[in-house]
Each structure stands twice: as C-alpha cells, then as structure tokens.
Design a protein around this ligand. Structure first.
Ligand code: GLC
Length: 441
C-alpha cells in the first residue's frame, strides 16, 4: 500500500513527546574506556584490531541502570535515550548478528534490557539511539567515506564489501531492538550525510518494519538529515521515513522551527553538558546548571524540547559535574515544572528580563534578572489578568500601582516587593492566570 501521511495519527503519536519537553541523552559504550569522546576511533584513525581490544576489558562494575534512571527522574526528565549502538558498532544489546556486543564482554550484560526495565520502573519513557553507521562491520564502505576511521588508508579498499548485505544487517538489528525490548517510545537514528540518506538506507522498508512492530514510536529525522537540515516533514512533503521531530544539535533554534507553510514543527535540541557526548576524562568545561535550566526554558519558550546528555564513564558512573547539575535542575523543576511541562510559546514578544512560556490560560513569566522597580508584563491587558502568583510558593504578587511607571499607562507591572534580590537567581517564575486562553497581542 503506498505511503500516506496522516496528520491526525502524527499529532496523536507526538502528543506525549511535546508535553514531556525534557529528556536525558545517554552516550555510553566502549569509547568510555579511551575516554576521549565517542568519535575517538574516527578522529584518531584507530584500526579495528586495536579498538576492539577494549571489548575484552569492558566490565563497568558500577553500572546500575536503576541509579541512572533515579538520577533522570530526580532531574525531572520525562524520557531517556540510550545509545544501543554508536558509530563504533559496539552493541549494548544481545544482537544475534554480531559478536561485538556487551553480552560477549566480561560484563556479560544486556545493558539495553537493564535500561528499558529501569526506565519503566521509574516511569520514564524509553528511547533508543541507533547508529545507521557501523565502522566495525566489514560491509560498511571505506572508500569515499569521510568519517571512516581508516579513510584514505591505501591498505583498505571496498573490495568484497557489499553495502546491500550491510543494510540487511542494519535492518535486522533495528528489528531486534523493535522486537525484543518491549514498547519503545523513541527511536533516535543517527545520522545521514552525503549520499547516505533516505532510500540509501532503504528507509521506506526500514520504517515500514518499525511502524509494524512499534506503531506508536516517535522517530527522529536522521534517516534523512543530521543535526543540520530539517527533513521532509519540514518541506511539507513527508516521505515514508520522515522524522517525527527535528534534531538541532548544540543549538537552540533562533526563533523556533516551522515547516514550509509556517506550521510549527516538533523539534528537540540535543546538547552536551561539557563538549563531548561520550565520556571524555579531560573535558571539564561543563555548562553551569543555571545555564542549562535557562536553555531548557528557552527551548520550551520556542516550542521545543531539550535532550540533555550525560556521558557515563567506563565504570558506569555519571561524572560528578553531571550528577550535580542534574540535582540542581531537578530542584528547580520540582518548584517550577508547571512552567515547562506541557508548555510552549506564549505568542508574546520575549521580555528583556527573561522569557515567557504558556500553557492555555496560564502564562509563565521567567525572570532571569530583576528590573529596576516593578516588572513590566509586556503584551498583557489588565482586564485579562485574574491573578499573579510566584509559582514556587504560590504567594500573591500584586499588580503595581507605583507612580514610577505612570509614563507607561498601557503596560501592566507586577510588584515584586522591596527585595532587589530575586528568590531564585537562576529563574524566578511568576504564574499569571488569564481569563483568555489566547495571547492578548
Ligand atoms: C552527532 C555526533 C554523534 C552523536 C550525535 C548526538 O551526530 O556525531 O556522535 O551521537 O551527534 O546528536
């Protein structure tokens, strides 16, 4: 039967995802041992026979997926995405199609199974990242591939490599993940580039199988593009392998994202806490928790999600900096989560002191820096405001009657009181209860 895109089915499928707003990305695998990031094999052009030795020692004694998911829950993440297999080809699941897997390592464990079970125990939606690329597989092309670890090495040729056989293998592994680990909520493919996109992956066949096994799974756009590019749904010409969401990487789109007809797109910014996805022992350039909180609010204010990465080490532990940031994010969301979950753009111009998010008749005013005197609630009509409360403690915030803003009779001001120091220096949130559910202007 020819592919027919159903907007209704699509919007039903992504409804939970756009409400969730905040997820945890987990990049973990053999590359945690060299501890120089997940691209170490390609960047340092490490031959397979050298890199594969890491499998012989992979035995993360401190890996406890329940602790990982407890940390995700504590941080307020509503979903989590684990790298079932990254570009190096090492599988964290018991694949019947390769020996290069965690169940064959000294660990002898199916970490994907432990992950999905722990995530469900903590009521966290389950996502699996799967690399379309596999530098370990003998049939994945060498020549002309700018990312291959042994690219340009005259000793390597594509002699005897059969890309069709590789695709059979790749599809078979996707089938394993879609068949053997229960209901998946997200499939996070990575990534398409140059001539390797769409039908080059046999994308129609792949997605027909995925949809048959996991009809409700939300799929990203990387069967078509990478972190750059939007995909066919954005072009209003959805292919059978269209992404359900766009995946801007290490950036928050400047103004949110819309399709060619101006309809808002579902999108998710994926970002690292430091500068590496996979564990990198020497990278201590961690984004401060307040910055991460404000980036989450920024994404939501622009109609998107944030997927925040953690790269556990070779023992299966979260880096201390990651753990601390997750705890602080969880504290803030514990007090202010209503201004993130289920929220989206306000329809109002961004205030200079912070951001707005909105959920129906609730407008959330995110104050990143205090103003001199009362706080202007740009774009709101006095008659439309039922009440203003500080979200964290529910305390009443009066509408200001001060003379200092008498020169601005058309703007409503909130009186934050005499203390110039905001209760939460990262983001103090006001909840404005409105009579109308629509933006006033
Ligand atoms: C890029 C990186 C890849 C990482 C992904 C996460 O594709 O190359 O290593 O897994 O981004 O979005």
């Amino acid at each position: 039967m020819p592919f027919r895109f159903s907007r209704e089915a699509y919007e039903c499928r992504v409804a939970w995802y756009t409400q969730a707003r905040f997820g945890m990305f987990l990049h973990w695998g053999l590359y945690a041992i060299p501890a120089r990031g997940e691209w170490v094999r390609s960047v340092e052009r490490i031959p397979s026979e050298v890199y594969d030795r890491y499998m012989r020692e992979f035995n993360p004694k401190d890996c406890d997926m329940r602790r990982w998911m407890a940390a995700a829950k504590g941080a307020g993440a509503r979903y989590a995405v684990l790298t079932a297999k990254h570009h190096d080809g090492f599988c964290l699941f018991d694949s019947a199609y390769t020996d290069f897997k965690s169940t064959n390592s000294p660990a002898g464990r199916d970490f994907v199974r432990e992950f999905v079970e722990a995530a469900r125990e903590f009521d966290i939606r389950v996502g699996l990242y799967f690399s379309l690329i596999d530098w370990h597989h003998p049939d994945f092309p060498h020549c002309g591939d700018r990312n291959r670890p042994m690219r340009g090495d005259a000793g390597f040729s594509d002699e005897g490599r059969d890309f069709g056989r590789y695709l059979d293998f790749m599809h078979a592994q996707v089938r394993e993940l879609c068949s053997n680990y229960g209901k998946l909520d997200i499939l996070w493919f990575d990534f398409s580039y140059d001539g390797l996109r769409g039908e080059a992956w046999r994308g129609t066949e792949l997605m027909k199988m995925v949809r048959a096994l996991q009809p409700d799974v939300v799929v990203n756009n990387r069967l078509e593009v990478s972190g750059e590019g939007l995909g066919s749904l954005a072009a209003c010409a959805p292919t059978p392998y269209h992404g359900d969401f766009v995946t801007p990487e290490q950036i928050a789109p400047l103004d949110g994202l819309c399709d060619a007809q101006g309809t808002p797109l579902v999108w998710e910014s994926c970002i690292t806490m430091n500068n590496h996805w996979g564990y990198c022992a020497g990278d201590h350039f961690y984004k401060p928790a307040p910055m991460l909180i404000r980036k989450l609010v920024e994404c939501v204010s622009k109609g998107g999600n944030l997927l925040l990465n953690v790269g556990p080490d070779a023992q299966g532990r979260f880096p201390k900096e990651s753990f601390e940031a997750l705890n602080r994010i969880g504290e803030w969301l514990g007090e202010n989560g209503e201004s993130v979950y289920g929220c989206g753009p306000s329809g109002l111009p961004k205030p200079e002191y912070g951001r707005f998010t909105r959920n129906g008749d609730r407008l959330y005013v995110h104050i990143f820096e205090n103003t001199l005197g009362p706080l202007p609630l740009f774009g709101l009509d006095r008659e439309d405001i039922v009440a203003v409360r500080r979200l964290a403690d529910g305390s009443e915030v009066p509408i200001s009657t001060s003379w200092v803003h008498s020169g601005y009779p058309d703007i409503v001001f909130a009186d934050l009181g005499p203390d110039p120091v905001l209760p939460d220096l990262t983001d103090t949130v006001l909840e404005v209860r409105l009579r109308s559910g629509a933006p006033t202007n």
